[in-house]
Write a protein that binds this ligand. Structure first.
Ligand SMILES: NC(=O)c1ccc[n+]([C@@H]2O[C@H](COP(=O)([O-])OP(=O)(O)OC[C@H]3O[C@@H](n4cnc5c(N)ncnc54)[C@H](O)[C@@H]3O)[C@@H](O)[C@H]2O)c1
Length: 238
C-alpha cells in the first residue's frame, strides 16, 4: 500500500518504521516546513495518509488531504469538540477518516472491559469511581484523549454519573479525572471504584509507542477503499 505521513514527530517516525516493516511504501512525508506537498503528485498517489500532529492543525490537515483525494487515518487528540460537525462534513462529502484517541489493541480491550465493569457497578451505588491518567511531560492535552473516551464509556453505562471533570468532583453526578505529567511515561490509565470496605481497580500501562503505531498502520490497511467516519469499533468488532 502507498502511505503518506502527515506529522513526522515521535509517532510519525515510529509509524514509518512499522509501515515499511509491513511492506508498505512511504510516498510522502509532510511536516511544518513542506506543507505545499499536500498538492504534490506523490502525496496524491497515497492510498491513505496517516496523521499525527497537533490539535490546532488536525482538521485543516484532514481537509487538505481530502481535497487531494486521500483518505486519512489520524490519532491526533485534543480537538474532538468539533467531531460531530466533521462527521457530517465527511459523510455528506463522501470522504474517509479513521480516527481513534488510542490505536493500541490493549487499550481497546481495556475500553471494552471498562464499559462492562461500569454496567456491573450500576447495581452497586456504594462505590464511587474516579480515573487517573499519567503521561510524559511533553503531552499537550489533559486529560488525555484516551481518558475522555474511557470516561464516556463510564457515563454511558453508569447512571449515577453524568459528566466528567478535571481533578476534583464538586457536584453529585460528576466523575473526576486526575492528570499527572512525569518523565517519559507513554500512557497509564487507571479506573478505580472505591467503597468503604474495598476497592476495585483496572489499569492499562503502555510500555512504548509501538502499540499505537502498529494499530495506526493496521487501521490504514483496514481503511483503504472505505468511506465515512471509521473507528476502532468498526475494525475490532468486540
Ligand atoms: N491515538 C493514539 O493512539 C495516539 C498515540 C500517541 C500520540 N497521540 C497523539 O498524536 C499527536 C502527535 O503525537 P507525537 O507524540 O507524534 O507528537 P510530536 O510532538 O512528537 O510530533 C508532532 C509533529 O507534528 C508536526 N506538525 C505540527 N504542525 C504541523 C502541520 N501543520 N502539518 C504537519 N505536521 C505538523 C510537528 O512538527 C511534529 O513533528 C498528539 O496529539 C498525541 O496526543 C495519539
Amino acid at each position: 500500500m502507498k502511505i503518506a505521513l502527515i506529522g513526522y514527530g515521535k509517532m510519525g517516525k515510529t509509524i514509518e518504521r512499522i509501515a515499511r516493516e509491513r511492506g508498505h511504501e512511504i510516498v510522502s512525508i509532510i511536516d511544518v516546513n513542506n506543507l505545499a506537498d499536500f498538492d504534490s503528485d506523490s502525496f496524491k498517489s497515497a492510498d491513505v495518509a496517516i496523521e499525527f500532529t497537533v490539535p490546532q492543525v488536525a482538521l485543516s490537515n484532514y481537509r487538505r488531504a481530502f481535497a487531494s483525494g486521500v483518505a486519512v487515518v489520524s490519532g491526533t487528540t485534543g480537538w474532538t469538540d468539533e467531531l460531530p460537525a466533521l462527521k457530517k462534513e465527511i459523510e455528506e462529502g463522501g470522504k474517509t477518516l479513521f480516527w481513534s484517541s488510542n490505536f493500541s489493541l490493549g487499550v481497546n480491550i481495556f475500553m471494552a472491559v471498562n464499559k462492562y465493569l461500569a454496567k456491573i457497578m450500576n447495581q452497586f451505588p456504594n462505590y464511587n469511581v474516579e480515573m487517573t491518567e499519567v503521561h510524559h511531560t511533553q503531552k499537550l492535552d489533559a486529560p488525555s484523549g484516551t481518558a475522555i473516551t474511557l470516561a464516556e464509556g463510564i457515563l454511558e453505562n453508569l447512571d449515577r454519573k453524568n459528566s466528567w471533570v478535571k481533578e476534583v468532583e464538586t457536584k453529585q453526578g460528576e466523575m473526576a479525572i486526575k492528570s499527572i505529567r512525569e518523565g517519559q511515561v507513554p500512557g497509564i490509565h487507571t479506573i478505580r471504584y472505591e467503597s468503604e470496605v474495598d476497592s476495585i481497580e483496572i489499569t492499562h500501562d503502555a510500555k512504548s509507542r509501538e502499540g499505537f503505531a502498529l494499530g495506526a498502520v493496521v487501521a490504514a490497511e483496514f481503511t483503504a477503499g472505505k468511506k465515512g467516519l471509521l473507528g476502532m469499533e468498526d475494525m475490532l468488532k468486540f
